[in-house]
Design a protein around this ligand. Structure first.
Ligand SMILES: *Cc1c(COP(=O)(O)O)cnc(C)c1O
Length: 468
């Protein structure tokens, strides 16, 4: 064994100590950590050292070069995209997932049987989201991969409806896909799945909404003359957190033959609260559901779950089995994740989620969700009562979509947002909604509190004055 590796192995205790110290310092001051880096950063053409530096010296290099560009993205005022955070328990689970370094693939074979932990975590998550246990689930890197996984099985189902095995024989023509306001990652998944991102039948939305118009959906279905299709519906759109009418979609599903997928990446967590659960009424009848854990569950990246009705187990295996590897055994005989989802070797992604759900329970998550929604509503009220800003959509859940009040100042919206983000105190992202350039603030972090929204609104008012 070479010197540095030998020394490192001998002083693991010390290495973990210094990392722990640095980690706690970071987490304890995350509120003050800038949310943006305003200087350019160029990756260097680092020489690859002959002997290496050892961990402690490498940490010094990291601290000199990379640490300064770490932004407070898991802190309380990073409101761009839909960014969660990391609860203390999830960090504990994440560290242990690294240390134990399991590769969850099988529940029955000898050796590593940590897939059982993943299955147990899925059951806990179903309970947290108040979903029935007839879903088979698994962890993937993010909602993008979850959408991909669900739609890959939908594609196989669509082929079977016409007597074809697409996983084996490939696509002979694009599958029929209907959607209104699908997330970009679903469209990307259609590209990856060979169906093509432009072969989509767009359904109209309800007036002034992002939700599917049920009457237009039915019209489009009738136009297909009984041909089966994939419906991509939304359990929380990113702009206005709109939910499709799942009760009505269920009614249509009883009449017509289609695969029903719901992207509930973050909106699914509305189920944690009595007050907002009604938004998801009927979602348990979907064939597949996407839920992101690195958003509202507040576990570190990369963590999301796909949920597919267990009646489609065989289609799932047909889609993902390692069919030319006899040493992996009969995929249906021993539950093996590597035959149920896109990846083969994976880390024990479920452990941070398991820790966090166990540590905080139903009430802990209800509280996170309700706190975020109440902050969003309050921030929405600040915007509404202001002379300089206006809402682009009502605040339905945890996201505030707004713009400058004066329509003649549309050109200045992005400039305003950049000035705001440049303060390093908050981070928001741009959007375009209802013919307006807008700004989104998404509340998804367990640490955000009322002083944060006041601080940000004060900053917004200061900046708008400088623009006048
Ligand atoms: C964030 C998001 C995605 C994509 O999720 P990743 O975790 O970034 O892959 C998909 N759908 C919705 C509704 C989202 O909010």
């Amino acid at each position: 064994m070479k010197e540095h590796l030998k020394n490192d192995a001998a002083q693991m205790d010390h290495i973990l100590d210094i990392i722990k110290k640095q980690g706690t310092e970071y987490l304890n001051s995350i509120e003050d950590r800038p949310t943006t880096i305003n200087e350019a950063f160029e990756p260097a053409h680092t020489e690859l050292s002959q002997t290496g530096y050892g961990t402690e010296e490498t940490l010094k290099i990291f601290n000199e070069r990379f640490e300064p560009i770490m932004v407070g993205s898991s802190g309380p005022r990073y409101w761009g995209f839909v960014t969660g955070g990391s609860t203390p328990a999830s960090i504990a689970g994440d560290w242990l997932a690294t240390i134990y370094d399991q590769n969850p693939q099988s529940v029955k074979e000898q050796g590593d049987i940590s897939a059982n932990i993943e299955m147990e975590t899925i059951q806990l998550l179903l309970k947290l989201l108040q979903l029935p246990n007839n879903f088979l689930g698994g962890f993937v890197t993010g909602a993008t991969m979850s959408n991909f996984t669900c739609m890959a099985v939908a594609r196989q189902w669509l082929g079977k409806q016409q007597g074809r095995d697409i996983a084996k024989d490939g696509l002979s023509e694009p599958v029929k896909v209907l959607t209104a306001t699908a997330h970009s990652s679903s469209i990307k998944s259609l590209s990856l799945l060979g169906s093509g991102s432009s072969n989509i039948i767009r359904i109209k939305t309800e007036d002034d909404r992002e939700a599917i118009s049920i009457s237009d959906l039915e019209d489009q279905i009738l136009r297909l003359n009984g041909e089966p299709f994939l419906l991509i519906s939304s359990g929380g759109t990113v702009n206005t957190v709109d939910f499709d009418n799942f009760v009505e979609i269920k009614r249509l599903k009883e009449k017509y033959n289609f695969w029903w997928h719901i992207d509930a990446a973050f909106g699914g967590f509305a189920a944690c609260s009595e007050g907002y659960r009604h938004l998801l009424e009927g979602w348990e009848y979907a064939d597949s559901i996407t839920v992101d854990c690195h958003k509202w569950l507040n576990v570190p990246y990369e963590s999301a779950v796909f949920l597919i009705k267990d009646q489609y187990k065989i289609l799932q295996v047909e889609t993902f089995q390692n069919s030319n590897a006899p040493y992996l055994g009969d995929p249906l005989d021993s539950f093996g994740y590597l035959n149920f989802l896109p990846e083969n070797s994976r880390r024990l992604k479920a452990l941070p989620a398991w820790f966090s759900i166990m540590a905080y329970g139903k009430e802990g998550y209800r509280d996170i969700v309700e706190n975020n929604v109440s902050l969003a509503k309050q921030f929405g009220q600040f915007v509404e009562s202001s002379n300089d800003f206006k809402l682009l959509a009502p605040v339905r859940l945890n996201t505030v979509c707004f713009t400058l009040k004066d329509d003649n100042k549309q050109d200045e919206v992005i400039r305003f947002m950049e000035l705001l983000n440049n303060t390093g105190k908050v981070f928001m992202t741009p959007t375009f909604y209802n013919q307006h350039t807008g700004i989104r603030a998404a509340f998804v972090n367990w640490q955000t509190n009322e002083s944060d929204i006041r601080l940000v609104f004060d900053l917004m008012n200061d900046i708008i004055t400088t623009l006048k």
